[in-house]
Design a protein around this ligand. Structure first.
Ligand SMILES: [Zn+2]
Length: 285
């Protein structure tokens, strides 16, 4: 019955003619084809030896990936290593390597937002330090502590002109109408939460939240942005903190802990499809 593991492609006559490289281009005949033909026979022997439960049926033709002959089976992928040994591909280590590779800014996708990064004032000579995105651990909420009409450009002008900072301190601002504006690359370690700057993204809600909670649209936009950031930076919901939870300040206002933090967590959880917790929980999807 293990004969059924051997696909027609492993018949010596068809292997060399069906070889494909990673882009699907037929591999040249010659020494390489002969080497892969040899590998194909060894894949078949491995499959015959280890049986259907381990390998499952072969899928498609043998091919060359990353310079190694490989054969896909339903349950695993075999690879002829540079040491000449046939072995299952180290898929676990490959997955880990992918996970650990920090996403680049261009790979990140956010909800509708306005990109102000090239437009905001910056210091003539000073520059913020850069960081790998994998370093980010916290998503910090602020309020602007001023009229909501005091906008991202005015805040950036103050951070640069008055504070003497290299540029805008916040990575994002969210207006009362729900408009999200990106003000810094996530890879920029800007000023907004003291010693936590290198590991934190700053998100400022426009308005003076000492006077009350954010608007409904501001909450929706914040939940959209935060859930995207959690997903794309691989962070748990607990990464979301108020400025005042990190250092001594009343930012983003007393109503944060008293009222809208739990609501915001719930909204982010809904977007991330985390089941509701707590005594009243149990009905969110
Ligand atoms: Zn703050």
């Amino acid at each position: 019955m293990e004969d059924s593991l051997l696909p027609p492609s492993l018949e010596p006559a068809s292997v060399a003619g069906n070889l494909r490289d990673e882009r699907g281009v037929p591999a040249a005949a010659g020494p390489e084809a002969a080497a892969v033909l040899h590998a194909a026979q060894r894949f078949a022997a491995f499959a015959a030896h280890h049986g259907a439960t381990v390998c499952g049926p072969a899928l498609g033709e043998p091919r060359v990936e990353d310079g190694h002959p490989v054969q896909y089976f339903r349950n695993l992928v075999l690879e002829l290593g540079s040491d000449g040994q046939i072995a299952p591909r180290p898929l676990g280590s490959m997955a880990l390597a992918r996970q650990e590779a920090a996403p680049t800014a261009t790979e990140l996708r956010f909800p509708q937002w306005l990109d102000l990064r090239a437009e905001l004032p910056t210091h003539v000579t000073l520059r913020y330090p850069l960081r790998p995105l994998a370093q980010i651990r916290y998503l910090i909420l602020h309020h602007s502590g001023a009229s909501a009409r005091f906008d991202a450009r005015q805040i950036a002008a103050e951070h640069v002109g008055v504070n003497g900072w290299p540029g805008m301190g916040y990575h994002f601002v969210i207006g009362p109408d729900g408009l999200i504006e990106q003000c810094q690359d996530l890879g920029v370690s800007s000023h907004h939460v003291a010693q936590f700057n290198p590991v934190a993204v700053g998100i400022a809600l426009l308005g003076d939240l000492r006077l009350g909670a954010p608007t409904g649209r501001q909450m929706d936009a914040a939940a959209d942005l935060l859930s995207c950031l959690c997903q794309q930076l691989g962070l748990p919901r607990q990464a979301i903190r108020g400025h005042g939870e990190m250092v001594s300040t009343d930012c983003p206002g007393p109503a944060f802990l008293a009222e809208w933090r739990s609501r915001l967590f719930q909204m982010v959880g809904d977007r991330l499809r985390i089941p509701a917790a707590g005594p009243a929980g149990g009905q969110s999807g």
